[in-house]
Design a protein around this ligand. Structure first.
Ligand SMILES: [Zn+2]
Length: 296
């Protein structure tokens, strides 16, 4: 019954945050996030007031219930996810940038803002995906509990919303790579707009000893093998409108199996990719900012 472990609330989150799972990647209530229509104001009671663009009050959300901790923010945004802030903050504090022309600084911080947004978008879809997955497992485990073992029930249930959350998460992951390329390109003085621009540059230059940033970035990119998988999935979704590496949930003899992504359990996929994306964000930002002044 190890497939059912994800239902338990009182276990540490597999993402390694140290929080309980329901306070982290699989919330008890659907996660909130910022979009262009809503703003969140924090009051002293740490309740978030959600307002629309005209300032109309839409409601309050208790952030402590969602397991969100308050920390010093970058200034422009209210705190939403400390893990994302911790990944971006070293680059935001990069002092060499303050000696650069104003338009250069604006470009750089614009890309950091975009990175902030897209990481929150990945996080949002990850949490929605895991939330719905858990909900389906609970509902259908109950429904099928009346079936006796050996009766041979086998149903594949391809839940469309679940699949869409997974696809949305994957598309945002690819967008994150594009933002990495823009940040690296700004610091290198190159016009990288997409991950593939940066990647072809790295392929061409990483062996050049005079290009330590290229070598370092190349090492980072090759270390995260899921990038190759993601690009395949993204292409399958956007070009063929189908992703054959995804298989829906199966019910067999009342036992429940997870949906799979490229033969990896989808919850493991969602946890692993998110955790590694944050790690990769830190590595890339530290690499391009710390080596920036000495290298270009
Ligand atoms: Zn977590």
């Amino acid at each position: 019954m190890s497939n059912m472990a994800i239902i338990k609330n009182n276990i540490d989150c597999p993402c390694g945050s140290g929080l309980l799972i329901q306070q982290c990647c699989i919330p008890d209530v659907l996660p909130i996030t910022l979009n262009t229509q809503t703003r969140i104001k924090l009051n002293r009671q740490r309740m978030a007031q959600v307002v629309d663009d005209s300032g109309n009050h839409l409601g309050f959300i208790d952030l402590s219930q969602l397991g969100i901790k308050m920390q010093a923010s970058l200034g422009k945004y209210e705190q939403i996810d400390p893990a994302i802030e911790n990944a971006i903050y070293p680059a935001a504090k990069f002092h060499g940038i303050l000696d650069k022309p104003k338009d250069f600084q604006e470009q750089y911080f614009k890309h950091l803002d975009a990175l902030w947004d897209v990481l929150h978008a990945v996080r949002y879809h990850q949490r929605n995906f895991l939330f719905r997955l858990r909900k389906l497992i609970i509902e259908y485990s109950v429904d099928f509990s009346m079936v006796q073992p050996g009766e041979g029930v086998e149903i594949t249930y391809d839940d469309v919303p679940l699949r869409l959350e997974l696809e949305s998460m994957i598309l945002r992951l690819i967008s994150t790579l594009d933002v990495f390329a823009k940040i690296a390109g700004t610091l290198m003085g190159k016009g990288f707009n997409q991950d593939k621009d940066l990647w072809s540059y790295l392929l061409a230059t990483h062996k050049n000893k005079n290009r330590p940033v290229s070598s370092a970035l190349y090492e980072i990119y090759t270390k995260y093998s899921w990038i190759r998988d993601l690009k395949g999935i993204r292409n399958a979704i956007t070009h063929d409108a189908i992703f054959l590496g995804y298989t829906g949930m199966k019910f067999q003899d009342t036992l429940f199996s997870m949906p799979y992504v490229n033969e990896l359990k989808s919850d493991h996929f969602a946890f692993r990719v998110w955790k590694e994306l944050l790690q990769m964000t830190r590595e890339i930002l530290l690499t391009v900012t710390s080596k920036y002044e000495s290298s270009f």
